[in-house]
Design a protein around this ligand. Structure first.
Ligand SMILES: [Zn+2]
Length: 391
């Protein structure tokens, strides 16, 4: 990492706006009236102490939750697949992965995420949790829920299974990959993680690193650490927290503390997920295991402001992309290279037509040759308009 300044981008520039599904590895949206400089002094540290402290709190709370789940009755449940086929299972034991395995093991291993609707829910600890899929018109009983593939089912339900080829699967894959990236940033550099959503072409994670910034030479370090996470075949586990528990769990990270304080109402509940040493505030769902990520590449880095607001703490944004196979990553890189060759900004320069400047994006500075082409095109369009009766 290096101590330099870089261009800042708005924190939400790359977030997808469609629907409520795109979720950060940290579920976002807080009142941005608060913020400013909360990061304080920060020093580089590999495997910082806060990782161990956080895990100790997690273990204690997770044990408490496991005891509660043990008390729910194990009953025969009926699962209806999208094609109408019926499968049997046991409540609080059978997972969507188990159901998929009844079809074929090969099929099950490609399932990224599930979506379910309960027709009879035997019990749950989820009541009162914020559901990002809720359109406001449905009740808790008749809602669709995105569901971790390795999370036990809680009653009779309709089940849809998604693979990487489906938009839902790809988004979950990249969302989960943001957690892997976050884990490497914490263990290798000791950052305070802030906000890490999937994007249309991968994912990023914003983190606080004081006055330091990431540099190209850090990419191989991140990629090597990510490969280790993948090799460890980490699973994602889910924990429901009260606001007080969440504040205790994330107490060492001032950014997460601010999100929890401003986003969760008093008496409210929130979820966190763990994979490896990373524990993150998140609504989920995630891929069943990190071993599904066969190719992981850091694409670039830039800076951002906390909550996208100038004047707040400056953050480091690291972009990455992942795929279930090396071949798909190679194809993706090839497409990016081909698109760059056909970029009108490069063609404009090469053919002496126009240039563009990064300080004025979208503004074209025309050269004489470019102006001739432009005027001829405009003349043709006007001629065609007249032929077709426009005035
Ligand atoms: Zn997540």
């Amino acid at each position: 990492m290096q101590n330099l300044s870089k261009h800042h981008v708005k924190q939400d520039d790359h977030q997808r706006a469609e629907g409520g599904r795109t979720k950060a590895a940290t579920s976002g949206q807080v009142d941005d009236s608060s913020g400013l400089n909360i990061g304080g002094d920060w020093k580089f540290s590999k495997n910082p102490q806060f990782l161990k402290d956080r895990l100790a709190v997690w273990d204690r709370l997770y044990e408490k939750q496991a005891a509660k789940y043990k008390e729910f009755p194990r009953e025969k449940i009926n699962v209806t697949l999208q094609d109408g086929a019926q499968r049997d299972g046991t409540s609080f034991e059978t997972t969507p992965f188990d159901v998929a395995k009844q079809i074929s093991k090969q099929f099950a291993e490609k399932i990224i995420v599930a979506k379910i609707k309960y027709t009879r829910r035997i019990g749950t600890l989820d009541e009162g949790l914020l559901n990002p899929e809720d359109d406001g018109k449905s009740t808790f009983e008749n809602q669709w829920f995105f569901w971790d593939v390795n999370r036990p089912l809680e009653g009779d339900c309709i089940l849809i299974l998604y693979r990487f080829e489906n938009a839902e699967g790809r988004e979950t894959f990249w969302h989960s990959s943001a957690h892997v990236l976050g884990q490497t940033l914490e263990t290798e550099f000791g950052v305070h993680l802030c906000h890490g959503p999937p994007t249309e072409n991968g994912f990023f994670y914003d983190s606080y690193t004081g006055k330091d910034i990431f540099h190209d030479k850090d990419y191989p370090i991140i990629q090597k650490a990510a490969q280790k996470v993948v090799a460890e075949k980490q699973t994602f586990t889910r924990l429901i927290l009260t606001k007080e528990e969440a504040l205790e769990l994330f107490g060492k990270n001032p950014f997460k503390v601010q999100l929890i304080s401003s986003k969760i109402p008093d008496g409210g509940k929130v979820t966190a997920y763990r994979c490896g040493t990373l524990i993150d505030l998140c609504t989920g769902p995630h891929i069943p295991t990190t071993k599904m990520i066969k190719a992981f590449k850091v694409m670039k880095n830039s800076s951002a402001y906390w909550l996208g607001k100038a004047g707040n703490d400056s953050l480091q944004r690291v972009y990455g992309v992942t795929f279930p196979s090396k071949k798909e990553l190679d194809e993706h890189i090839h497409l990016i290279e081909e698109a760059a060759k056909r970029d009108h900004r490069n063609i404009g320069q090469q053919q002496d037509l126009f240039h563009m400047h990064h300080l004025s994006p979208g503004c074209v500075f025309m050269y004489p040759k470019g102006n001739v082409v432009y005027q001829n095109l405009m003349d043709m369009i006007r001629r065609e308009y007249r032929v077709r009766g426009y005035q």
